[in-house]
Design a protein around this ligand. Structure first.
Ligand code: ATP
Ligand code: MG
Length: 418
């Protein structure tokens, strides 16, 4: 089903063309025949017949949607969700249709072309999009890290729900968000989302240099919502210490391929914990509403300050909080006195709702829209995330006007230069 030219040097842009139209394929091959500086790869067949793994390393994908049937649009949507903001897609359709164009815009394709596509227009569009791809892939994710004050404080619950919130925080479409379960021994993220964990650090460890975008794709799991998850199968009886370089390499790779990354941290302090905290935009310590847990949270705040100085400024989330009038429980004033100014806020105790979400592997909002747990999390996260969501719109602007230029830019020139 597929044919390709010999591989060209690694710094050449890799243009992958998915098409079931022999005439379009011939046109593309003729167009790029003299372009020694691009690595063209034509994959025959419909978009819906391809697997994202086949072109995870593409700089630009030209997806020929033919008559833009629903199955083709849905397949492209799924591919874009899986590969995230790295994938620069140029959609090609048989005819112009306003509804289809709107749908493609919502998927955030880089550009759309309508057949017949003039060779110069194809080259120019690929060049512009490839230039944008170079900028986009270097964007760093916004990272949120959840650390436990005590066992069972609710770290996994809040990390999972936060990742879901960030995934849906975009105004026009889903963001690309990855949840990373760093509790290698007792991780529960995959169970809470009812998905199969696929991370195998043991396989990466002997040859960490193998860890690239393609291998990462193999080790990611996907929730039906589109949330990407890095999680390893549980090995409760095995206390394995992974090479910190492997873990840091994995985290760097994840950070450079998603808009948002959420870390679920274990209680034990590992050799890689410092770098995770230092690399996070926001660190939350999750505490129960009990005196021992708040005491542990305060000690953890002190320990982090001592180790990492003012570069990391963690804040405490008081989880399962209940304020009942005339009850003897802890009050906000007591908690604030104990923790000082480092309180991010309070998440209410809502056991029935949380349990149902965990049992069904779905976000809390799907069970009870507008619930108070999600509302609180939104307050902690979205003020930070606005920054990134704002930057996204700048990136969108960077993509420039759609295919209106009349002169051949430098990028296009270098692409067709033999
Ligand atoms: N806001 C909440 N309201 C009610 N129940 C909650 C809330 N947050 C978490 N829980 C419940 O607390 C329990 C522990 O939650 P979770 O597994 O998220 O904690 P954890 O800190 O990740 O635990 P571990 O130390 O095992 O990793 C779960 O049964 C979960 O349903
Ligand atoms: Mg947990």
């Amino acid at each position: 089903m597929q044919s390709s030219r010999p591989t060209s040097p690694t710094d050449s842009p890799r243009i992958v063309v998915l098409t079931a139209d022999p005439e379009f394929e011939d046109g593309v091959r003729a167009t790029f025949a003299t372009a020694a500086r691009i690595d063209l790869h034509v994959i025959g067949g419909r978009v819906s017949q391809n697997r994202p793994d086949d072109f995870a390393d593409a700089t630009v994908v030209v997806a020929d949607l033919g008559d833009a049937a629903e199955a083709e649009l849905a397949a492209l949507e799924q591919i874009m969700r899986r590969i995230g903001n790295d994938l620069q897609v140029i959609a090609v359709t048989q005819d112009f249709d306003g509804t289809v164009a709107r749908r493609l815009m919502q998927m955030r394709v880089a550009d759309c072309l309508v057949k017949p596509v003039a060779p110069i227009e194809l080259v120019r569009t690929c060049a512009r999009v490839a230039n944008t791809a170079a900028k986009v892939t270097t964007t760093e994710a916004q990272t949120f890290t959840f650390l436990p004050a005590v066992g069972g404080a609710g770290v996994t619950t809040l990390a999972v729900q936060s990742a879901m919130l960030l995934l849906n925080a975009g105004t026009r479409s889903k963001t690309s968000t990855c949840l990373v379960d760093l509790d290698f021994q007792h991780g529960a993220c995959a169970d809470y989302l009812d998905i199969e964990p696929r991370l195998d650090l043991g396989e990466i460890e002997p040859r960490p240099e193998r860890l690239d975008r393609q291998l990462l794709e193999v080790m990611l799991s996907y929730h039906a919502s589109g949330l990407a998850v890095v999680a390893a199968p549980n090995r409760p009886a095995e206390m394995r210490l992974f090479d910190p370089d492997v873990v840091t390499r994995l985290l760097d790779l994840v950070s450079s391929h998603f808009d948002f990354v959420v870390f679920d941290m274990p209680r034990t302090w590992f050799s890689w914990t410092d770098s995770v905290l230092l690399g996070s935009n926001k660190v939350f310590i999750v505490s129960e509403t009990t005196v021992p847990s708040l005491r542990q949270a305060r000690q953890l705040l002190g320990a982090i300050r001592e180790r990492l100085g003012d570069d990391v400024r963690p804040q405490v989330i008081v989880n399962r909080f209940e304020q009942k009038l005339f009850s003897p429980g802890l009050r906000r004033a007591d908690i604030e006195r104990a923790i000082g100014g480092a309180i991010a806020g309070y998440v209410p105790n809502h056991y029935g709702l949380v349990r149902e979400a965990i049992d069904r592997g779905v976000p809390l909002d799907e069970i009870k829209p507008g619930n108070k747990v999600t509302a609180q999390l939104k307050k902690f996260l979205l003020a930070q995330a606005d920054n990134k969501l704002g930057k996204e719109s700048v990136a969108e602007k960077d993509r420039g006007p759609r295919n209106r230029g009349v002169t051949l830019g430098d990028g296009a020139r270098s692409m067709i230069a033999p």
